[in-house]
Write a protein that binds this ligand. Structure first.
Ligand code: AMP
Length: 316
């Protein structure tokens, strides 16, 4: 890791700390992500290797954070095993080196909500960000990859250029999504699709579209649409706004593993939750938040939705 000069910690992800660093040879800024890789005698788990090559492949999209390289650092055994009684097993770390972006969507929304100058996000910027988000998600889905943990924290932004890129991709599988992060911070449920909350094991691309819908609404509102603090509360937040789902709307819902009997709420008017959003925007949002995952709009079709008609798409 001598090639890099660590500058400062820029974030804490689910899997570990993220540092801003400079590549000494080029002066380029990078983000260093240390993964806590459990190594066994066999070396790097093949699942992790597969995941990393997938990441590398997907990061060829402009809307996915570019993985520049992977550094495998083996710590010498004497420095970590002071007691001779403990059998020395070499500790290893994988560092993922990504291109550096100056902020993420969570920090960006926060800066518009709090502080000196609270103000809405510019509607045309929301439209730009949504288009790039759908492009990135469509790219992943076309390669058969689900993100499964899309949230504002892992959408990175180049504020000056108005560019949005998806981060934290794919790590979900080799490193399995935990309930608590490594610092015991609760993993957010706010963007989790109802089929996942209800214990479905055969979920698909619709889980990412649900998250994209929640993120869309949050950019407009500057606050989360469904801020649940437990899986149960998360479902209630969703049901109170969209109505308690029925077999008619979502065939099979009452047979899902964690389905219970819930209060029967009627659907509310979605437009009222996103008052400043155009009717086309509300229509796109409603198609992203369909209960039946099979009815949810795909990322690819979303790109052709009338909400994006006023966008100059040639620049993307
Ligand atoms: P993640 O584990 O990807 O969710 O990262 C946690 C936080 O670290 C993010 O919310 C960002 O603030 C920051 N971060 C991650 N990757 C980068 C990057 N490539 N450039 C700048 N900041 C990053």
């Amino acid at each position: 890791m001598d090639k890099y000069e660590k500058l400062e910690k820029v974030g804490e992800g689910t899997y570990g700390k993220v540092y801003k660093a400079m590549e000494k040879a080029s002066g380029k800024l990078v983000a260093l992500k240390k993964t806590r890789l459990e190594m066994d005698e066999e070396g790097i788990p093949p699942t992790a290797l597969r995941e990393i090559s997938l990441l590398q492949m997907l990061s060829h999209s402009l809307y996915v954070v570019r993985l520049l390289c992977v550094e495998h650092v083996l710590q010498s055994t004497d420095s970590i095993s002071p007691s001779p009684a403990v059998s020395p097993s070499p500790k290893s770390n994988l560092y993922l080196v990504f291109e550096y972006l100056d902020t993420d969507l969570k920090k960006f929304i926060d800066s518009h909500r709090k502080g000196q100058n609270p103000r809405p996000l510019d509607p045309s910027l929301i439209q730009r960000f949504m288009f790039q988000l759908c492009k990135g998600v469509a790219h992943c889905h076309s390669h058969g990859v689900l993100h499964r943990d899309l949230k504002p924290q892992n959408l990175l932004l180049d504020k000056d250029k108005g560019i949005l890129k998806i981060a934290d991709l794919g790590l979900g599988r080799a490193f399995t999504v935990p309930l608590k992060s490594y610092t015991h911070e609760i993993v957010t449920l706010w963007y989790r699709a109802p089929e996942v909350l209800l214990g479905s094991t055969h979920y698909s691309t619709g889980v990412d579209i649900w998250s994209v819908g929640c993120i869309f609404a949050e950019m407009v509102r500057r606050q989360a649409l469904f801020p649940g603090d437990s899986e149960f509360q998360q479902l209630l937040h969703i049901f109170r706004l969209l109505g308690t789902p029925t077999e008619h709307q979502w065939p099979g819902v009452t047979s899902l593993r964690d389905w219970h009997v819930y209060p029967k709420w009627e659907p509310q008017n979605l437009a009222r939750s996103v008052p400043s959003l155009s009717p086309e925007g509300v229509d796109l949002l409603s198609q992203m938040l369909k209960y039946d995952p099979a009815e949810r709009i795909s990322a690819k079709s979303a790109l052709d939705h009338p909400y994006f008609d006023s966008l100059d798409k040639s620049q993307f």
